[in-house]
Design a protein around this ligand. Structure first.
Ligand code: SAH
Length: 222
């Protein structure tokens, strides 16, 4: 029953046409990776937000998900995923900040296995239910402070961080395979920049990309 409820919730406002319009908008904003665009077309973003906001789920905007957190703007989700996958398909990806689980679900369609860490248990519980409803089985969730990464399953081909630390966390760089990439926002509130880090044999290289707004990466678990 729950599955039927989720899939049919807010029908009309969440129609195929509405989703296609979002994909068109993402293309206009410069998203080029057709795998990313196709995966975004198939994942129902409206089930990742509260029912009261379902009608706005296919607008290109961030929305509140409770506990002071937000589901990222579709353009940013697409951009970060495209940057992460630019060099080709990846095997394992670590995500820090599961939140609603929307970015996690997208990654699960594009890589072999996704590990995702969230510090707020109630958000993680909701995300887990959504993955079950959608039949996504290649996701492993961890309730922890992700600022130190998840070394037990690393090193990873890619790491994606969806909350902003002030600088590049060395512990995360160390959990990348050589040549592996991490995409993350860094900086203080309202002055953040999206960065892509590529691990090299003796350190890392970084590319500063575009201005973004994310919630801060915080310590401790709730
Ligand atoms: N990708 C998510 C983004 C949610 S906002 C989405 O689109 O829904 C960022 C998330 O990072 C929040 O859920 C927040 O609780 C989580 N977060 C912040 N600091 C964290 C930390 N140190 N470890 C794990 N998760 C963290």
């Amino acid at each position: 029953m729950a599955m039927i409820d989720l899939q049919h919730r807010g029908i009309g406002m969440t129609s195929d046409r509405t989703r296609k319009r979002l994909i068109k908008r993402l293309r206009e904003k410069g998203i080029r990776d057709s795998n990313v665009l196709n995966a975004m077309r198939t994942i129902p973003r409206h089930i990742f937000v509260d029912e009261a906001l379902a009608s706005r789920a296919y607008e290109d905007t961030a929305l509140p998900i409770g506990r002071g957190q937000t589901i990222s703007q579709p353009y940013i989700v697409a951009r970060m995923t495209e940057l992460l996958l630019e060099s080709g398909p990846l095997d394992t990806v670590l995500e820090i900040g599961t939140g609603s689980g929307y970015q996690t679900a997208l990654l699960s369609r594009l890589v072999r296995r996704v590990y995702s860490v969230e510090r707020i248990e109630s958000l993680q519980r909701l995300a887990r239910l959504r993955f079950q409803e959608l039949g996504l089985r290649n996701i492993r969730l961890h309730h922890a402070d992700g600022s130190m990464g998840l070394p037990e399953y690393g090193p990873y081909d890619g790491i994606l961080v969806t909350a902003a630390p002030e600088g590049i966390p060395r512990a995360l760089v160390d959990q990348l395979k050589p040549g592996g990439r991490m995409v993350l926002p860094i900086g203080q509130e309202q002055a953040q920049i999206l960065v892509r880090v590529t691990r090299t044999t003796d350190g890392y290289e970084r590319e500063l990309l575009e201005r973004v707004v994310f919630v801060p990466l915080l310590g401790g678990v709730l």
